[in-house]
Design a protein around this ligand. Structure first.
Ligand code: SAH
Length: 232
């Protein structure tokens, strides 16, 4: 069930932020031109069509918001490329719609908004206070109830777990045990993993009902680093 977003006039968009330009992005995500393959989950494509990505970047970048590219959001961080957001969301949904998802790395709040638009209960953790404050304003103005926390996300959010899905949007050298431990049975974790400077791989883990954890490598990706501690 798609959640209803409260869309203010600026969410409608004109010119390079118009619905026509957004639909072109959807066509591009679907057609498989990306080396990682096309996106086929209509629920995901529909969420990306609905969420106004131009409200999640600085105004100077608004006209580029519907290009399939990562864009700067300040503090040396980026909003992920739409294809990557789509692929990670598709992986989270592959066994059905998760009820409750934990995101590490709120950043602009775009990925969290995509999940919330799908009707998922979203819990998100960000280490940079200023980014989180801006993201919270966006959740509020879209009328979304996203739970968020200012902390080092490598500890997860144990009080609110376990989670049906966990999505990590910054790359660490290895999977973080504390996060895997907060994954519910049957749950899916999606995370980019790779040492700094090295090629990163997008990993998908499933916590099988028999207790095993099955791992799949689904794409080459490029994320900002998962860092320790938190700053204002
Ligand atoms: N999901 C974001 C992508 C942001 S980029 C979006 O849709 O815009 C990755 C984010 O992860 C950055 O904001 C960065 O500050 C944050 N991050 C890095 N290490 C972190 C950590 N240990 N805990 C929480 N957030 C972290």
């Amino acid at each position: 069930m798609m959640a209803r977003l409260r869309l203010q006039p600026e969410a409608i968009g004109v010119g390079m932020t118009s619905q026509r330009v957004r639909d072109r992005l959807i066509d591009r995500l679907r057609d498989g031109a990306h080396p990682g393959g096309g996106i086929s989950d209509e629920r995901v494509l529909n969420a990306i069509r609905t969420v106004p990505r131009h409200l999640f970047v600085d105004e100077a970048f608004a006209t580029r918001a519907y290009e399939d590219t990562a864009l700067p959001i300040g503090h040396g961080q980026t909003i992920s490329q739409p294809w990557v957001v789509a692929r990670m969301t598709e992986a989270l949904l592959m066994d059905g719609m998760p009820g409750k998802v934990l995101e590490i790395g709120t950043g602009s709040g775009y990925q969290a908004t995509i999940l919330a638009a799908l009707g998922i209960e979203v819990h998100t953790v960000e280490r940079i206070g200023e980014l989180l404050r801006t993201a919270r304003k966006r959740f509020r103005s879209l009328g979304l109830n996203v739970r968020s926390r200012h902390d080092d996300g490598r500890i997860g959010w144990p009080e609110n777990g376990p989670f049906d899905g966990i999505i990590v949007t910054a790359a660490g050298p290895a999977l973080v045990d504390a996060l895997t431990e907060q994954l519910a049975v049957g749950g899916i974790l999606v995370a980019p993993v790779g040492a700094q400077g090295a090629q990163q791989r997008l990993l998908v883990l499933r916590h099988e009902p028999d207790g095993r954890v099955v791992q799949q490598d689904i794409a080459a990706v490029s994320f900002v680093p998962l860092l320790s501690g938190y700053i204002d």
